[in-house]
Design a protein around this ligand. Sequence first.
Ligand SMILES: Cc1cc2nc3c(=O)[nH]c(=O)nc-3n(C[C@H](O)[C@H](O)[C@H](O)COP(=O)(O)O)c2cc1C
Length: 357
Amino acid sequence: MHPALSRAQAFCDRFDLQVPILMAPMGGASPAELAIAVANAGGMGGCGALSLSPGQIADWAAAFRAGSSGPFQINTWVPDPAPRRDAAHEAALRKFVARFGPQPDADAADRPLPDFGAQCEAMLAAKPPVISSVMGLFPPSFVAQLHAQGITWFATVTTVREALDAEQAGADVLIVQGAGAGGHRGSFDADAAKRQMAGLFSLLPAISDRVAIPIVASGGIADGRGIAAALILGASAVSLGSVFLRCHESQIPAAWKEALATTLPEDTVITRAFSGRAARALMNDYVRATLAPDAPAPAPYPVQRNLTAAMSGAARAANDMHAMYALGGESSALARAEPAAETVRRLWAGARDLLAA
Ligand SMILES: Cc1cc2nc3c(=O)[nH]c(=O)nc-3n(C[C@H](O)[C@H](O)[C@H](O)COP(=O)(O)O)c2cc1C
């Protein structure tokens, strides 16, 4: 057997998987129905809990378990330091985003994020096999708690240094996110997110040569060729986001699904314009306008996220791509409108054929 297949098999055996494919946790885009379909096809389901309350986290886990006895992960963001506030700048941003949607409320920028500590409690109470971090490392006390409960910690990293830090902090598995990934860059330091854009082809060998724990590859993988390449480069499994967004069980707006189908790698853009944190999104009128030399620079996360929430909500409700907060990776066009089980089957069959050849 090809050594890459043996490594993947060991990972599958450890995490109760039939195929080394994880549904990436996607905040606002990981309904239990999609996770159930992926897990029942032999992969791992995922929940992006960033904007979920503790009750919603419990409900998601209950809904998942009602549909699948397979493995799943719950994920949340490690909070950034409190953002620097600038009232005059925020007023300019309020005016700017009102060109693309409703005027944000006067106190929109002050809206608090869901409490991280309460989310951690809720994740522990849901007892998933895996809890994953992004944007930093979990505090040591939480790592000790999840390990005491037999839960595995998957840490998202975007550089070799972050990988070494995560291994040192007790991560059991690394999710290595390359620059082509859809959604937010998981960089520990928000300021480094746009500067340090290492690609998966360089990150996988560099990290697998230096760490002893298994690696899951993420970012721009959307067919069997990408999976086979990632496994050969040192990964034990892959974590896929954009390729599942067009599936029947995905609940994103139809216009976003359609746009993914024709999005070439160069049609995606790294932007802070939606949340204040660097994310790879599909280019649209709003993002293009934010690139104009006289456009106000985005505020830090989560101020920018709060200021654009009304605009994003309205665009979503209207199924209107012009100002939609539509995230997607460089390989989005490889996604197909089909049941998620078929995506899992098709992608793994393609990878296995290449590795067995
Ligand atoms: C819509 C969307 C939402 C995402 N939300 C999260 C999130 O909440 N937490 C996280 O760790 N990663 C998130 N990601 C990143 C994914 O976990 C993963 O790294 C990425 O989708 C992989 O690249 P791909 O989309 O090219 O497959 C998100 C990605 C997308 C497309």
